[in-house]
Ligand binder design. Structure first.
Ligand code: IPE
Length: 257
């Protein structure tokens, strides 16, 4: 089976509140269906989550009662996006089932307590496509926390029969220097001890890609193939799922595996 995370920046327009990129979502879901692989699908929140979550300061935990309205609204909005994803999957002939993180896990001081993999495994076994997504969840100390889709990916990395984990983003992968710089080269693989990985894991890059890399290596350590691929380019996700070569960056745990 395969874990696929559709980044919020791919399936939504991140600059406009609650805006879906319908055609891209439809194409990516069609690629999943055509691959005929067993997939657990995770999606990010994009403009259905980040804008209001930031306004409500949700990432920093409880500061005041006023934030609870933001908690409700962001939960509501990411569910709306989730319904769109479920519809796209149904249209593609798959049988999705939604598993919201806020019902599967609880956080404690920003750290996820164990997420049950059993539901995901059982739904897959009967031929359905489990779908989960970035959400706001309860935190025992901080009242609430943001549970990112990347976090769910690593939380599910011990699922039975995991072959690959694919992070679908709006860039080709990891570059040896900022992608805008002249001569920047796409790295086909990176290792936790490589210069670029340590640079990425330090603070000078945006939280998004750093978190993906950190989580990605956690999954690679368990033995699955971990890839970052560009979802804006048609065909790449389907090929990656089929195990074919595609431009992208593989996150590898060790040089000799
Ligand atoms: C964020 O999830 C969840 C909320 C803001 C509620 P992700 O971190 O997985 O979303 P993207 O992929 O960055 O949009």
């Amino acid at each position: 089976m395969h874990l696929v995370k559709l980044g919020g920046s791919v399936i939504t327009d991140k600059s406009k509140k609650r805006t879906i990129r319908e055609n891209i979502l439809k194409r990516l879901v069609d690629e999943i269906a055509r691959s005929e692989k067993k997939v657990v699908l995770i999606h990010g929140a994009g403009s259905f989550g980040h804008i209001l979550a930031k306004e409500g300061g949700l990432a920093n935990g409880f500061q005041g009662e006023w934030q609870l309205e933001y908690f409700s609204k962001v939960q509501r909005d990411v569910r709306e996006l989730n319904l769109h994803v479920l519809d796209a999957l149904l249209d593609a002939g798959l049988r999705p089932v939604s598993l919201p993180p806020s019902m599967l896990t609880i956080y404690s001081n920003g750290v996820m307590e164990e997420m049950s993999k059993e539901l995901f495994e059982l739904y897959l076994e009967i031929g359905m496509t489990p779908v989960s997504f970035g959400d706001v969840v309860l935190d025992k100390e901080r009242v609430f926390a943001i549970c990112s889709g990347d976090h769910i990916m690593s939380a599910l990395s011990s699922m039975k029969g995991l072959e690959s984990a694919i992070f679908v983003t709006d860039v080709d992968g990891v570059y040896d220097r900022p992608p805008g710089d002249e001569g920047a080269k796409l790295l086909s693989e990176i290792f936790p001890d490589s210069d670029i990985a340590s640079k990425m894991l330090n603070r000078d890059v945006t939280g998004g890609i750093k978190e993906k890399i950190r989580r990605g290596f956690m999954i690679a350590e368990k033995g699955a193939k971990v890839m970052i691929v560009n979802g804006l380019v048609p065909g790449r996700l389907e090929k990656a799922l089929k195990g074919e070569e595609v431009p992208g960056t593989e996150l590898r745990w060790k040089k000799d595996d």
